[in-house]
Design a protein around this ligand. Structure first.
Ligand code: UFG
Length: 336
């Protein structure tokens, strides 16, 4: 299939691109490189430097994804978004423009050119505070931050474009994406990370002095928050399975992609110490506003419908693949 991956130079996007290329698809990465990295581009994929806020650029890349091939794209994977929940509460305009307007531009360009399939990066943030666990897709959606609201609104808009413009979609509700390509082929590290695992890694390589643990007085077994960490390679496989499913069923779906298992912050730090052999100093700080005590998915639907499972999402594999990426990147930096 000829697929345009919007945001394909980013952390999750580069893993998705790698997976689609490995499966034999023809991939064009469309990215404005605001957070994506050139070093995440693969030579086998075309690259178009462009922005979802420029509708004409979208139409052009959908109509002619490759310089050597005049045929339009057959599918879009759309990962480009602003994703910091805290920032979305202080700068909602950025989230309105990038996540809402940008995605509407994507859908309008798809409708104009006649591209009929999209895989959309949604988020567990659509659920808000859990009223029961594990979270299934029927759990009420009531986001507690503007970021989650933008993802939910797009899910709703997708159902209308499905109905009115026959755009079939898969909305994938990611839980906590983590880890790096087990074969070490994705080398770009996220800049200024706000998530737990990259921060632990920055402490392990010594560019951060210590980890702050945001609260140890939650109602969880060890008092620290529990999350469902899912390996980015598993997420990437989920996109491939979703595209296949849309193609075979000419239909749309919304599914969780999580490992189905919870791990606490303290457990992740302990495993990181074992995997890296580093002390990883950590200090308990106050709670971070907006953090639910526990978020864990059931991925039963993805298993049953897509035949998907999280094969790489043990804490050991999440941390060992991350450690390889960080050790190699900082090793390279020291040598140069
Ligand atoms: N944490 C720390 N110290 C840090 C960073 C994080 O203790 O320096 C803790 C957080 O308090 C939380 C856990 O580690 O308990 C995970 O935090 P992250 O910031 O890594 O991830 P979140 O669970 O807040 O959110 C992530 C994505 C969201 C997505 C959500 C889905 O960033 O976009 O997972 O579960 F919606």
């Amino acid at each position: 299939m000829r697929i345009v991956v919007i945001g394909g130079a980013g952390y999750i996007g580069s893993h998705v691109t790698r997976c689609l290329l490995d499966a034999g698809h023809s991939v064009t990465v469309f990215d404005n490189l605001s957070s994506g990295l050139r070093e995440n581009l693969f030579p086998e994929a075309q690259f178009v430097h462009g922005d979802i806020c420029h509708p004409l650029e979208l139409r052009e890349v959908f109509a002619r994804p490759s310089a050597s091939d005049d045929r339009p794209a057959q599918a879009v994977v759309h990962l480009a978004a602003a994703k910091a929940a805290g920032e979305s509460m202080t700068n909602p305009e950025k989230y309105s423009t990038t996540n809402l307007v940008g995605t509407i531009n994507v859908l309008n360009a798809m409708a104009a050119v006649g591209v009929g399939r999209i895989v959309f990066s949604s988020s567990a943030a659509v659920y808000g505070e859990p009223s029961y666990l594990p979270l299934d897709e029927l759990h009420p959606t009531d986001p507690i931050n503007y970021y989650g609201f933008t993802k939910l609104e797009i899910e709703r808009i997708l159902t209308w474009y499905d109905r009115l413009r026959s755009v079939r979609f898969a909305a994938l509700r990611y839980f906590n994406a983590a880890g790096y390509d087990p074969e070490g082929r994705v080398r770009g590290l996220e800049q200024n990370p706000a998530n737990l695992l990259p921060i632990i890694m920055e402490v392990a390589v010594g560019i951060r002095g210590e980890l702050e643990i945001f609260g140890d007085d939650y109602e969880t077994p060890d008092g620290t928050c529990v999350r469902d960490y899912v390996h980015v390679t598993d997420l990437a496989e989920g996109h491939l399975a979703a595209l296949r499913w849309i193609d075979e069923n000419d239909s749309s779906l919304t599914v969780n992609l999580g490992s189905g298992a919870g791990a606490s912050v303290a457990e992740m730090v302990e495993t990181a110490r074992t995997v890296t052999g580093k002390a990883i100093p950590a200090r308990v700080a106050g709670r971070r506003p907006g953090d639910p005590a526990e978020l864990v998915a059931t991925a039963e639907t993805a298993g049953r419908v897509l035949g998907w499972s999280a094969a790489h999402s043990s804490a050991e594999e999440l941390l060992s693949t991350s450690w390889r990426a960080y050790r190699e990147a900082y090793g390279r930096a020291r040598e140069s």
